[in-house]
Design a protein around this ligand. Structure first.
Ligand code: AMP
Length: 307
């Protein structure tokens, strides 16, 4: 069993009410890989970096079972760069800079050794590239999950709508669900989006948890109430990595199992926000993850006697 992850491997500059970093490793595929590799290996990475991306970071990922055969290194260009500033509530942020750099002419080639993967995580990236990867797979994976963001809706909505027809699960935040559907109500937005292709829709609501929609069914996973949220960057990708990693580990893609998978995604995301960049994810042990999952069980467990 293996998972292919596609996305950016990047440098970020981040400003939150608690601090500022000018250059830290980030990128959608980086966070997905750190999270998913706790549950399943190999994680087969597809991305592109420039001459400046640290070799130590690649090595750190490799040690965790992340394969790099699909990561192209461009010797004369810089890695993708993103900069964002969070508002005081940390649920909203402004993108200050998106420098595509190497991403501008990324033409991914799926290595032969990745063919036959049963799970595909299309992390946040140009929709055309996400489609290109699907088209190269000789056997359709059992589950295709796609994450995207407002940036791509603004500049490539038509391409995004094409790729949505080919996937099973879409992950977006509440603002993006509204932007994609043109509906204000999230329930109406979900109905409209589920007609666009995916059978499952996850709407992330930051510190207010996540909703899973499928047909007429809805399930809600809370976010863990944390005393300190340091940096929410990558929380969405970490959620995605936990979600697909758990599904791949359990080999069960039913709605019932997806309910547990979004709790696992929320648990992984709750670690991510505790430090800048992917730092906290690098420290995690199996015991940390199990203890956090237990906190989630306690958070939502209650009895009721109906009178
Ligand atoms: P998240 O906070 O989960 O939305 O993910 C933030 C990460 O996504 C950062 O590490 C960025 O490098 C990366 N990122 C930001 N904008 C984009 C974009 N337009 N396409 C792909 N990755 C992006």
């Amino acid at each position: 069993m293996s998972v292919i992850t596609v996305g950016t491997m990047a440098f970020d500059a981040i400003e939150t009410p608690f601090g500022k970093v000018d250059k830290i490793v980030g990128g959608s595929a980086t966070y997905v890989a750190y999270a998913a590799s706790n549950f399943i290996t190999p994680v087969q990475q597809i991305s592109i970096v420039g001459y400046d991306f640290p070799k130590e970071e690649m090595d750190e990922l490799k040690v965790r079972g992340v394969e790099m055969d699909g990561v192209e290194i461009v010797p004369d260009k810089k890695s993708f760069f993103w900069s964002g500033k969070y508002h005081i509530d940390m649920n909203t942020r402004d993108t200050l800079v998106t420098d595509l750099n190497v991403l501008a002419d990324f033409n991914p080639i799926v290595p032969d050794s990745y063919q036959g993967a049963e799970f595909l995580m299309l992390g946040n990236l140009m929709p055309k590239i996400q489609m290109n990867v699907i088209d190269q797979l000789k056997v359709r994976p059992k589950l295709i999950v796609l994450d995207t963001m407002n940036f791509w809706m603004e500049i490539a909505m038509d391409d995004l709508k094409e790729v949505l027809k080919k996937i099973d699960v879409l992950l977006v935040n509440d603002g993006e669900a509204r932007q994609l559907s043109g509906e204000v109500s999230l329930v109406k937005a979900a109905k409209a989006i589920l007609k666009m292709g995916p059978q499952f829709l996850i709407i992330k609501k930051g510190e207010h948890g996540a909703l899973l929609f499928h047909g007429e069914h809805v399930f809600f996973a809370p976010a863990l109430p944390l005393e300190d949220v340091f940096d929410p960057t990558g929380a969405g990708d970490t959620f995605a990595g936990g979600f697909i990693g758990y599904l791949a580990k359990t080999k069960d893609i039913s709605f019932e199992n997806m309910k547990t998978a979004i709790i696992v995604g929320s648990a992984m995301a709750s670690f991510c926000v505790e430090k800048f960049g992917p730092e906290r994810l690098k420290e995690l042990t199996r015991e940390d993850i199990d203890a956090r999952l237990n906190e989630f069980v306690q958070l939502v467990n209650f009895d009721i006697d109906l009178v």
